[in-house]
Design a protein around this ligand. Structure first.
Ligand SMILES: Cc1cc2nc3c(=O)[nH]c(=O)nc-3n(C[C@H](O)[C@H](O)[C@H](O)COP(=O)(O)O)c2cc1C
Length: 349
């Protein structure tokens, strides 16, 4: 890994970032968005304790290849052992690790992960501090947080992380209680004024114009998109909706890397959401296998995969000498599949 993320974040321009997205910001999608102007990509959130304990979890949750850089691996963790253990293991294959302090989903809150950590600033501080002390720079250690209801507490938390050695912070400018309300730009600006670290602003970036507005207003170093970049992976290149060339790229990428049907199809469902008329979308979204999807796309848009060479994945030899592995692997995403995106699948939007 040769890129120094901190050097990138200090460039005097808007740094464009693909958000961590459970199930979706996987290698194939990261490869796609990097072709359309994305500067930095995050992996989906990975449970640090499973990652440490189980080789199956590591193989299932993390794949990369030579061009997959700069890459930040995001973990859900609540103990120093798990966060440091997982970070040391993955460090040779990425540019930094990120601690999820923003997930508001019930299971995460109950288990003490995600936004639950916001109630424990001392623990977040310790987690960041310990990784910083175990892995030298330019490897980065960061946290992705939501705003707290009391902005003074958010500022104090960020200042504490700054002192603990965080490299940068991502701020999803909503509180854990907020759902679809507009982001709280005023409090994001207030936070910016009090924090020296590079900041990444997140929330409601659905177009390049949205990104530029947020960048300018918030004075953060970078902007991150999640739902926007899912529906239009080319948004950072200025396309208002997914261009067909991007759909073509997706077909090519997924024909050179082993990709589960669900992942292959869901991404197409998102990408075509704004370009397929509703009646055709209903049909497309109900397709059940790859050949029917390919047939649909060929008939409808006259596009089909045209890449041949398989992409060589990086062989990851995770060192387990510093941890005890018990092959414990909980796949906690089974139930939350379309929580965030129900509207697209139910076609109510
Ligand atoms: C499908 C999906 C999966 C997500 N998974 C994660 C995740 O793994 N880690 C995380 O920190 N946030 C996750 N988020 C939250 C996003 O990273 C982001 O903070 C949030 O969606 C607000 O940004 P947006 O308005 O650009 O969507 C997820 C969001 C979506 C839509």
């Amino acid at each position: 890994m040769t890129t120094d993320v901190m050097v990138t974040l200090k460039e005097p321009r808007m740094i464009k970032i693909c958000a961590p997205m459970v199930r979706y910001s996987k290698l194939q999608f990261r490869t796609l968005v990097r072709r359309y102007g994305c500067d930095i990509c995050f992996t989906p959130m990975i449970l640090a304790d499973s990652f440490v304990q189980s080789s199956k979890a590591r193989d299932n949750e993390f794949t990369t290849h030579e061009g997959d850089e700069p890459l930040i691996v995001q973990f859900a963790a609540k103990t120093v052992n798990d966060f440091v253990g997982a970070s040391v293991m993955v460090a040779p294959y990425c540019n930094g690790v990120d601690l999820n302090c923003g997930c508001p989903q019930r299971w995460a809150m109950q288990e003490g992960y995600g936004a639950n950590l916001l109630k424990k600033p001392e623990l977040i501080k310790d987690l960041v501090y310990q990784v910083r002390n175990h892995i030298p720079k330019p490897f980065t250690v960061s946290a992705k947080i939501r705003l707290l209801k009391d902005i003074r507490k958010t500022i104090t938390l960020c200042q504490t992380l700054e002192k603990a050695g965080a490299s940068f912070l991502t701020i999803h400018a909503r509180t854990p209680e907020m759902r679809n309300e507009p982001i709280d730009l005023d409090n994001l600006k207030l936070l910016r004024d009090c924090i020296q670290l590079p900041l990444i602003a997140n929330g409601d970036v659905k177009s390049l114009e949205n990104a530029e507005f947020l960048f300018k207003e918030s004075r953060c170093e970078g902007v991150m998109s999640a739902r926007g970049i899912l529906t239009n992976p080319a948004l950072f290149s200025g396309y208002p909706v997914t261009p067909l060339v991007c759909v073509q790229d997706w077909l090519n990428i997924t024909s050179t890397m082993s990709t589960e049907f669900q992942c292959f199809h869901h991404h197409l469902v998102f990408m075509l959401e704004k370009i397929l008329p509703k009646k055709d979308r209903v049909l497309f979204n109900s397709l059940q296998n790859k050949s029917s999807v390919l047939e649909f796309l060929e008939n409808y848009y006259n596009i089909k995969p045209n890449a041949s060479n398989l992409t060589e994945l990086t062989r990851c030899n995770f060192s387990t000498s510093h941890v005890t592995c018990k092959e414990k692997y909980i796949n906690c995403w089974e139930d939350d599949s379309t929580d965030f995106l129900g509207c697209i699948f139910n076609m109510n939007s």
